[in-house]
Write a protein that binds this ligand. Structure first.
Ligand SMILES: [Zn+2]
Length: 132
């Protein structure tokens, strides 16, 4: 969560500042251009990461909700096809449902891997702090 005292977070040119930081412009150059301290720019770096992670989570949540809805629709179509004894449509609905479940499973797997990477990165960051 961005701290309320973070100057770049509440800066009118935040998007420009973030873009330059992501593009690799030095903290010193950004500080000079926007007349904020270099330490403020450095502290802000973690907030960009949080914003990116939040955006990824939002996109992922919307995708999951959409896939769940599609899977539900496939289930309804399957039921209708069964009621009509329409095996061809039933198989198509079944395959559509399976594809949705496969996509959901891949998203879940990716989230688990990302969570493990994050845990390892945090452990590594903690390790570097204690070594110094
Ligand atoms: Zn910030």
């Amino acid at each position: 969560m961005p701290g309320r005292k973070c100057i770049p977070c509440s800066h009118a040119s935040r998007l420009d500042i973030d873009s330059k930081m992501v593009a690799g412009v030095s903290d010193r150059a950004i500080a000079g251009q926007y007349q904020i301290s270099k330490s403020s720019v450095s502290r802000h770096r973690g907030h960009i990461r949080q914003a990116i992670e939040q955006a990824e989570t939002d996109v992922s949540s919307r995708l999951v909700a959409r896939l769940q809805k599609l899977e539900e629709t496939a289930g309804e179509l399957l039921q209708e096809a069964r009621d009509d004894a329409d095996k061809r449509t039933a198989i198509a609905a079944l395959l559509a449902g399976v594809k949705c479940l496969e996509a959901l499973s891949r998203i879940l797997e990716t989230k688990q891997i990302e969570e493990r990477v994050r845990t390892l990165e945090e452990a590594l960051a903690h390790e570097q702090v204690t070594i110094q």
